[in-house]
Design a protein around this ligand. Structure first.
Ligand code: ZN
Length: 283
């Protein structure tokens, strides 16, 4: 297992009170203590980003366009372009290296709410950028994206909807932000989980996700790995245990395909242990 990480991703503060640098810094510390190998990403190129996002989207992030409906400018901050392209580069490197061994991109900002607009602490859709690159460069013919964050991957759905090379499965709490992704549409499947759901019931629904992935028979698996389903999370209201992530990792491992994971949410002080459990299950 290789961890994709740059300490630069701890340099910026999101304007939220939740998506903070310590999430990643503390997790990196725990993974280093457990002797995982770390490699550093490069920024994603404009060519890679433009497979997924519009030129206008990029101009907004660069502060070159100041009147776009794509974003509430109060949530945007200077230099975000540098940080978000580095995080997208983390997802790309995780994809490229996962054909040798499994990888985890431990970077921020997260990405799965970034679609045609920007929101939910996300600016670029890291996972779609990596997946579309893999397909276009013929590293894979069919890719399944599994989103286990407590929130629906609405941005990812927007970016991959109708692309038959991709299966997108999102298992998320409902009702909850972003209040969309309530039904299945084309290649995108949404598995809804009620608040206060515990491990046993959650894993039952997760098995349906896995069934769908097996039917699709992808040659590459990408995981939007959010840990805000943990029982002590400040934003989510699902009641998973730390050990549940080890089980989830094991189930994904059992698919026996090249797999890369990209960090999304997770806002409790236990994020490092949740990530460690997931990685141990996966490898
Ligand atoms: Zn989330």
């Amino acid at each position: 297992m290789k961890i994709i990480y740059s300490k630069k991703c701890g340099e910026f503060f999101d304007k939220s009170e939740e998506e903070l640098p310590y999430r990643i810094l503390k997790t990196a510390k725990l993974l280093r203590k457990n002797n995982f190998k770390f490699i550093q990403p490069q920024k994603a190129t404009e060519k890679d980003i433009l497979r997924v996002h519009s030129k206008e989207h990029l101009d907004v992030l660069k502060y070159e366009k100041k009147d776009s409906p794509l974003v509430d400018y109060a949530t945007l901050h200077k230099n975000i372009f540098d940080y978000t392209t580095l995080s997208a580069g983390g997802a790309i490197l995780a994809m490229e290296k996962c054909f040798e061994e499994k990888t985890f991109s431990l970077m921020r900002p997260p990405g799965h709410h970034a679609g045609k607009t920007i929101g939910g602490f996300c600016f670029l859709n890291n996972i779609s950028i990596a997946v579309k690159k893999a397909l276009d460069e013929k590293k894979a013919k069919k890719v399944a994206i599994i989103d286990i964050d407590v929130h629906a991957g609405n941005g990812t759905q927007e970016m991959v909807l109708g692309d038959e090379r991709i299966l997108f499965c999102s298992i998320h709490q409902s009702p909850k932000y972003p209040w969309t992704c309530l039904t299945n549409e084309k290649n995108c499947f949404n598995f809804l989980v009620k608040k206060k759901t515990r491990e046993k019931e959650y894993l039952k629904i997760f098995e349906e996700v896995i069934k769908k992935v097996k039917e699709f028979n992808p040659d590459l698996i990408a995981v939007s790995a959010g840990f805000d389903t943990f029982k002590k999370d400040r934003i989510g209201s699902i009641k998973l245990e730390k050990k549940t992530y080890r089980k989830i990792g094991k189930i994904i491992k059992s698919l026996n395909k090249p797999t890369f994971s990209v960090l999304e949410g997770g806002y409790s002080n236990y994020l490092p242990e949740c990530v460690l459990n997931y990685i141990i299950g996966l490898q």
